[in-house]
Design a protein around this ligand. Structure first.
Ligand SMILES: [Zn+2]
Length: 259
């Protein structure tokens, strides 16, 4: 091998290494924001794409009970019975498809002084990801307003999954996005006692507690553990000096007038 051909090969290798470096850099430039975006979308409390309430003020002993995925009778009704007996109001993030099928329960939720929130129509991540106009949220707003006469002001993303465009539509519809800071994996049915223990040990002033009265768009899923747990959570926290508020109260929103 001559000195000339050696230096030619060296130059070629150098070029290849430079190209490889640029390639890696380009891949990183694309992958990092994508990775961060995917992380933010899947993190319910992430503020990367817009304001999401994770908890209320930490200065007062107030707490908000929130239920997702209903209405789902008889369990939603049984939870409402407990709330009434305990003199407590909660917030129900309803799936539009379920609300359409059980409007009487939606009406009862509102009539008994509880808050109603929008939890999408189909309860699918892909609507927030693929539909830039996020009609799923608008559709549920229309359904809830049709049933109660009042447009909802609260939104919770299905599985906490959100995108910049889904949050933009949520804001344009006058909805505030609500996450949570206390969860017990109650959807996994760990037993009423575990739901109570996991919840009360994590509660702080201003906490937003996540529970489920339903299961996605499936009606009839047994939520009797939640019915039992709600009473335990309320009684334990009351004994510790907590007061229960709706999300509207926690956020200081004026009361709405429905049917
Ligand atoms: Zn849900």
């Amino acid at each position: 091998m001559t000195a000339r051909s050696r230096s030619k090969r060296g130059r070629a290798q150098g070029l290849l290494t430079r190209r490889a470096r640029v390639g890696w850099l380009m891949a990183l430039v694309v992958a990092l924001p994508l990775g961060y975006g995917a992380y933010a979308a899947r993190t319910p409390s992430s503020q990367a794409f817009g304001d999401i309430y994770v908890h209320g003020p930490r200065t007062a002993k107030i707490v908000a009970l929130t239920f997702d995925d209903g209405p789902n009778d008889p369990y939603t009704g049984l939870i409402l019975d407990v709330l009434k007996q305990e003199g407590v109001h909660a917030t129900f993030f309803c799936v539009g498809m379920n609300a359409e099928r059980e409007p009487t329960t939606v009406r009862r939720i509102a009539a008994e002084g509880n808050d109603l929130g929008n939890h999408s129509y189909h309860h699918r991540k892909r609507d927030a990801l693929l539909d830039l106009s996020y009609d799923d949220a608008t559709r549920t707003n229309d359904i809830l307003r049709g049933i109660t006469g009042a447009a909802p002001r609260l939104y919770r993303a299905p599985n906490g999954f959100h995108t910049p465009w889904s949050l933009r539509i949520v804001g344009e519809r006058g909805l505030r996005a609500i996450a949570w800071d206390v969860e017990s994996n109650d959807w996994d049915e760990p037993g009423a006692n575990n739901i109570v223990m996991r919840t009360v040990e994590r509660v702080q002033p201003g906490s937003i507690i996540l529970l489920h009265d339903g299961d996605n768009t499936r009606l009839g899923t047994d939520r009797s553990q939640q019915v039992d747990a709600v009473r335990g959570i309320i009684q334990t926290l009351k004994a510790r000096g907590y007061r229960f508020v709706t999300m509207s109260e926690m956020l200081g929103l004026p009361p709405t007038k429905g049917n």
